[in-house]
Design a protein around this ligand. Structure first.
Ligand SMILES: Nc1nc2c(ncn2[C@@H]2O[C@H](COP(=O)(O)OP(=O)(O)OP(=O)(O)O)[C@@H](O)[C@H]2O)c(=O)[nH]1
Ligand SMILES: [Mg+2]
Length: 227
């Protein structure tokens, strides 16, 4: 390699070798990384609508679902991934790897699941899996290129979970788009979500009905530019 041609005697030359090495490393890592694929995570509290939004995107662009949705919290208890999701806007194509994560909660009580009709044993199993799921969600944070945070806009946005997720992403310099979901419901208050996180872009949608989904896609393309 070119490095061998450089005289190794002075400190300046060592510096030069380092620069060339770093340049080569960057160049090659760029070649081997799957080009254009953006790892997009869906994060938020249980029941915020992460899987519903991921399903909507997959339906819009692939014609298939990503995962199951339920009224009962902690429906997603394992990371679920959909690769090769290609979105197109204004002639620009972007390839995503969608990563739907288990809802993050500060407390899990198996008896809450029994209120949804689960038997004690089933409820205990779900609680155990949900706890594992939260650990998995947090572990995956580092792997994301960008993150969509889903917030149920009918609830108080100043939750410990939302504040902690956003704080972690800021620390890791991972770009964030906040989606205030469930705008089809009367109690929805998108302004309150925007007020809680004034430095972030907030898009109000209904993942269930598809309301305002075009604005969401615009926000997503804007988010990608921040990576
Ligand atoms: N009214 C309304 N309900 C919604 C909307 N989006 C999701 N839901 C409902 O909210 C519940 C939870 O939706 P999910 O998509 O499973 O939520 P999640 O964030 O993936 O939940 P976990 O997997 O438990 O973390 C389901 O009953 C959905 O039908 C929406 O825009 N409007
Ligand atoms: Mg889910």
């Amino acid at each position: 390699m070119k490095e061998t041609l450089i005289n190794l005697n002075s400190k300046g030359d060592y510096k030069m070798i380092k620069i060339i090495k770093n340049f080569a490393r960057r160049l090659f890592s760029g070649f081997f990384k799957k080009r254009g694929e953006i790892k997009l995570g869906f994060y938020g509290s249980p029941n915020a609508g992460k899987t519903s939004l991921a399903n909507r995107i997959c339906q819009d662009w692939l014609g298939e679902d990503l995962g199951s949705v339920s009224r009962m919290p902690h429906e997603t208890r394992k990371i679920q991934i959909k690769e090769d999701v290609i979105l197109e806007k204004d002639g620009k194509k972007i390839e995503f790897k969608l990563i739907d994560t288990p809802g993050i909660a500060t407390k899990i009580d198996f008896e809450d699941f029994m209120k949804f009709g689960l038997k004690r044993k089933e409820a205990q199993t779900r609680a155990k899996e949900a706890t594992q799921g939260i650990i998995e969600s947090i572990k995956w944070l580092d792997d994301m290129d960008a993150v969509i945070i889903l917030i149920d806009s009918t609830l108080n946005p100043y939750s410990q979970v939302n504040i902690t997720i956003i704080g972690n992403l800021v620390a890791r310099k991972i770009p964030v788009l906040i989606v205030a979901n469930k705008i089809d419901l009367k109690k929805s208050n998108v302004k309150k979500v925007q007020g809680a996180f004034p430095e972030y872009d907030v898009v109000g949608i209904s993942a269930k009905n598809g309301d305002n989904i075009e604005e969401f896609y615009e926000g997503l393309f804007k988010l990608v530019k921040k990576i």
